[in-house]
Design a protein around this ligand. Sequence first.
Ligand SMILES: [Zn+2]
Length: 149
Amino acid sequence: MNPKLFEITCHQCNHQWFVKMDTVFHHEFQKNIDYIYDYSLFHHKCSSCGTIVKFVYPLVYYFPKRAIIISLGCEANNFQQAKNYRVETIETFCEYIKIADDGKDIDSIMALKKRLSQYQYVEYDGSDYDTIFFMADGIPIAVSINKDV
Ligand SMILES: [Zn+2]
């Protein structure tokens, strides 16, 4: 929704082209969000030289039923009822969407993640009924939790 036109420049050959990209995503209308999880939403192939160009633009991802907004590099102003998480990287953006999509609470998961501070890079990696999974420096870690997290 709210498509906007963006100009992309290939860093390899300077070829420029325009793409029309959605800037607002409603979770209820997304049948498959793998293209966000695998970052292909942000990857464009240069038609001139074939280089894959990473292009990150401001967008918001909205979970109407959970009243959560995750915005990438922008303020989300028109969703007063929703709790807004503003993030600056596509990695965090995807991680937060994954947590919300799994029906988990972002703040609780981030609090759990902080407890794994002995690792350099920790990423949410899914959840079970009473277990949260993280990848910590490439090592899978399972954290057992109360069912209300
Ligand atoms: Zn190119």
